[in-house]
Design a protein around this ligand. Structure first.
Ligand SMILES: *Cc1c(COP(=O)(O)O)cnc(C)c1O
Length: 330
């Protein structure tokens, strides 16, 4: 327990790690394992819960009674904030980008079930959304509330610390299951906080052998790299540690975004079907399907036949239903 990071426990246990033998054979890698953060047992799971353990821990330590966050109307982070805050006994207000909420399905439907109050802001972009959240927070204060504002994606040094802890969990599992050294770890990158947490986690550990490969689903390679570096430095600073990161062990790709963020790609949809039909596991069209498409393509482009790979599943499965029509068109 780190006194800098009060924790509101949401995971209760480690997320499973297991091999994907039929998938690995199909894509031509020696061994592929998966880390199942999609199975975190609250609100249908996903990476944001690990961040929320510490964000809500911070909110509770500060005596807050209301959490304000936002994103797109189909944001996984918004849904999981609503679910986790409900468990913590806190109210949730969600600020959505854009002028309409769109289809009442997937995450938006779940937000309502978890009791969140939703606001359509008419603005676009993380910074403009944060302004709206802060404006609502001021209103809430006038009503005598004590709000806690969480930026888009929950990427702050406090939230990202959840993935330092996740790295430690993964290392324990690696030695418990006597896994061989993992050559490459693949994951989806949105705002970049999850990757930053893993980078810091690995940098603080004695064994540093895995290449961390972030598949951006939103930002260009350059933008995503800058964000991941900034979040990593901020986290090191908060931890009071000297930063020692081997950046040559980190790679970010942006060629798997497809048309743009939030729009399914052909390769992503194919990756979803491949994993579903070889392993009975679902990834989603907006984040994890595109990340998996990145892994599949890398296995084609480079020779990974003797490599040990981990795919870190960050969740997002409700989006499968929101994008039902993308699957129908084929
Ligand atoms: C938010 C999210 C990510 C990306 O996490 P960041 O910390 O924003 O990079 C990846 N996968 C899923 C399913 C997500 O919801």
């Amino acid at each position: 327990m780190n006194p800098l990071f009060p924790r509101f426990s949401l995971l209760h246990q480690e997320t499973p790690v297991h091999p994907l033998p039929r998938f690995a054979q199909k894509i031509g890698v020696a061994n592929c394992w998966i880390k199942r953060d999609d199975l975190i047992p609250v609100g249908l799971g996903g990476n944001k819960v690990r961040k929320l353990e510490f964000l809500l821990g911070d909110a509770l330590a500060k005596g807050c009674d209301l959490v304000i966050t936002g994103g797109s109307p189909q944001s996984n982070h918004a849904r999981l904030t609503a679910a986790c805050a409900a468990k913590a006994g806190l109210e949730t207000w969600l600020c959505f980008a854009g002028r309409t909420q769109g289809v009442f399905q997937g995450n938006l439907l779940l937000d309502q079930l978890f009791g969140a109050k939703c606001f359509v802001t008419g603005v676009y972009g993380s910074e403009a959304l944060l302004k709206e959240m802060n404006r609502l927070a001021e209103e809430a204060k006038h009503q005598g509330r004590n709000p806690y504002v969480i930026p888009v994606g929950g990427s702050t040094p406090v939230g990202d610390y959840g993935y330092v802890i996740a790295w430690q969990e993964w290392e324990r599992q690696q030695s418990e299951y006597q896994l061989p050294p993992i050559d490459e770890i693949y994951l989806a990158v949105g705002t970049g906080g999850t990757l930053a947490g893993l980078i810091v986690g690995q940098a603080l550990s004695a064994t540093q052998h895995s290449r961390l490969i972030g598949i951006s689903v939103w930002l260009s390679r350059e933008e995503a790299t800058n964000e991941v570096k900034r979040f990593s430095f901020e986290l090191f600073h908060k931890l009071g540690k000297r930063e020692e990161i081997s950046w040559d062990k980190v790679e970010i790709f942006d060629q798997y975004i497809g048309k743009k963020y939030g729009v399914p790609s052909k390769e992503g949809l194919e990756a979803i079907r491949l994993l579903a039909q070889t392993e009975g596991i679902l990834v989603d069209p907006i984040y994890t399907g595109k990340a998996l498409a990145g892994l599949i393509d890398q296995a084609k482009q480079r020779d990974l036949r003797d490599k040990h790979i981990l795919f870190w599943h960050t969740g997002g499965t409700p989006a499968v239903f929101t994008h039902a029509s993308s699957f129908e068109q084929r």
